[in-house]
Design a binder for this molecule. Sequence first.
Ligand code: SF4
Ligand code: SF4
Length: 100
Amino acid sequence: MALSAKDINENTRWQDLTDGLQIYEPATSKNFLTGEWRTNTPVLDQEKCRNCLLCVPYCPDSSIPVKNGKRLDFDYDHCKGCGICVKACPFGAISMKEGK
Ligand code: SF4
Ligand code: SF4
């Protein structure tokens, strides 16, 4: 069975990794912490956010959670920092900061 990213660390043997870290089981994307790839990070300004939810469908990584009709803070475990949400927000409520 392939290890998920959260189970891989500096003690993991190379023999336990799959080629290219491919995952063969279904429904494992939540276990693959793509947020580790991020070099820049989106930041939400709660004061400016009008909760229009326009940013949500633009995120290619489903990293803008919504609960009870309201957007929550970013899912930084999976956000890759592409910055698309910054462009999608019509109210300037999202900005990018350098680093994680
Ligand atoms: S930076 Fe990209 S991946 Fe992260 S929340 Fe915004 S759209 Fe999604
Ligand atoms: S698009 Fe902007 S204003 Fe609308 S929910 Fe997203 S962050 Fe808030």
